[in-house]
Ligand binder design. Structure first.
Ligand code: AMP
Length: 497
């Protein structure tokens, strides 16, 4: 059997699939170029047999052709983050056991040494397209398709593995719930190593035979220009992006504001997710755009689980009801169903739920209770709509739509010669959702400014993981067991601001 995404594209060959800085591309272009990529990857073998193929390519036509090429060759796509420094890329390449690393010329210098060091095949993206298309294997839907790296409480990110069947469920659930059709045109402004950008925006659009307008990176003015000029029908973003768009709208002149607002009003759907949407942001955006944002809740491991309704009433501060093909329940601390009206951990079951954490069987087993995935998020059901109360673990920080592990940041900060001890926490912030803040105990007779720490940390951590506030303390607050009490650390920052 051929992959459904490929089969469906055969029906839409002459339609525009991608609009990007490189130009406009049809579904025929995607089919042909991805077949070349697949042929180049397969070489003399029949099928990649789920080899992991890591790739670092900016958002655009090439990204999609490579992703599809990996799938058509029978490989597992491991998209790398274009803004990560070398150590983080090295971790994902090493942990996934990738056999091949593909890089856009812009990233060659960054990842070629990693491939060389690990003895892996390295392919520059420009060498991918010259091969004659030969035999391509048939891919069963229960095979592994993708691995996305996500942070957990245990520090280092884990590879979340989904099958083609998982992806099909995640996508078809959203296609029916959000009314996707081939007439849609969506603006893609999100990173392409994360589920939001890969599944909700890119794959839903292409599954529907719609147009996906891809921007290399988010830029507020450029996004507003595209909204005004591109006759879009759908837009999806994280709350931080809506905050930036609001700020830009507020600081422009009334004539331009009207043009911007009119363009938004012509769209059929605007969605927010990946972090809690503050009600003030929802209200401001409604005044500007006429859209009451559709908020949804999901996770790398499960795809989307809860969503406000497309046609029915939406409620500010709520993420709605379970999506098609998803079952949701709330469970209390004892592992029993939470009593009606009481908060509980969101647990999720259904064919869209991921297969495994890559080579972490223990972590995979622990992530489930009786076949239900334990999300680690707390929620409450009120008037048949779910309200998210937050992460159960304080160590996961959501900043600007990214999820980062405090433990992982602490590991890195502790390498700094002036830092004796540290504790990283997320402190609520209207723009970023949470800010990464670090309480530091310094080595005797040393000092450290925020600027100096940030310069140092940016070489070792993705920029959104680098603390934006620090505080120096004599000692960290600890409980009787000697464990650092994070809520007390957070209070230190709240008292300060
Ligand atoms: P990720 O796997 O990076 O997409 O992060 C998933 C996490 O983001 C969830 O476990 C939630 O903690 C959080 N999240 C996603 N959507 C929402 C939302 N609408 N409201 C609050 N938190 C959300």
């Amino acid at each position: 059997m051929n992959l459904p995404l490929i089969e469906r594209s055969q029906q839409n060959k002459e339609r525009i699939a991608i609009v990007a800085t490189e130009g406009k591309f049809t579904y025929r272009d995607l089919l042909e170029t991805s077949a070349q990529v697949a042929a180049c990857l397969i070489e003399d073998s029949q099928d990649l047999q789920e080899q992991r193929i890591a790739f670092i390519v900016p958002s655009g036509f090439e990204y999609v052709a490579i992703q599809w090429g990996i799938w058509r060759a029978g490989g597992v796509a491991v998209p790398l983050c274009v803004s990560h420094p070398q150590p983080e890329l090295d971790y994902a390449i090493g942990d996934s056991g990738a056999s091949v690393v593909i890089a856009h010329p812009q990233f060659e210098d960054l990842v070629r040494p990693i491939a060389a060091e690990r003895g892996l095949r390295f392919i520059s993206a420009k060498e991918l397209y010259s091969v004659d298309i030969g035999f391509l294997p048939e891919i069963a839907l229960d095979r592994r398709a993708q691995m996305l790296y996500t942070s957990g409480t245990t520090g280092k990110p884990k590879g979340v593995v989904t099958t083609h069947s998982n992806i099909k469920t995640q996508v078809t659930s959203l296609i029916s719930a959000w009314g996707w059709t081939s007439s849609d045109r969506i603006l893609h402004v999100l990173p392409l190593h994360h589920i939001h950008g890969i599944i909700n925006v890119l794959t839903c659009a292409l599954w529907a035979g719609a147009e996906c307008h891809m921007m290399v990176k988010f830029d507020t003015e450029a996004v507003w220009n595209r909204i005004v000029k591109s006759n879009l029908t759908v837009f999806m973003a994280v709350p931080t992006i809506y905050v930036k768009l609001i700020n830009a709208w507020e600081s422009t002149n009334p004539d331009r504001q009207k043009v911007m607002s009119d363009a938004c009003r012509k769209m059929r759907l605007m969605v927010s997710g990946s972090a809690a949407l503050p009600v003030q942001v929802l209200e401001k955006w409604q005044n500007i755009s006429g859209h009451f944002l559709l908020e949804r809740y999901g996770m790398t491991e499960i795809g989307m689980a809860l969503s406000n309704s497309l046609e029915g009433e939406r409620f500010a501060g709520y993420v709605g009801k379970p999506l098609p093909q998803i079952e949701v329940r709330l469970v209390d601390e004892n592992g029993d169903l939470a009593p009606v009206g009481e908060p509980g951990e969101i647990q999720v079951r259904g064919p869209g739920v991921f297969l495994e954490y890559w080579q972490k069987p223990e972590a995979t087993i622990q992530a489930f209770q009786d076949g239900w995935f334990r999300t680690g998020d707390l929620a409450i059901l009120e008037n048949n709509n779910y309200r998210i109360l937050g992460r159960m673990s304080v160590d996961i920080i959501k900043t600007g739509g990214y999820k980062v592990s405090a433990l992982e940041i602490e590991e890195v900060l502790r390498i700094h010669p002036n830092i004796l001890e540290c504790a990283v926490v997320g402190v609520q912030d209207p723009e970023w959702g949470q800010r990464v803040c670090a309480a530091l105990v310094l080595q005797p007779k040393t000092s450290l400014t925020l600027e100096a720490l940030r310069r140092w940390a940016k070489e070792r951590l993705a920029v959104y993981k680098v603390p934006t506030k620090i505080i120096t303390v004599e000692g960290l607050p600890r409980n009787a067991m000697g464990k650092v009490t994070k809520p007390k650390v957070s209070q230190l920052f709240e008292q300060k601001s």
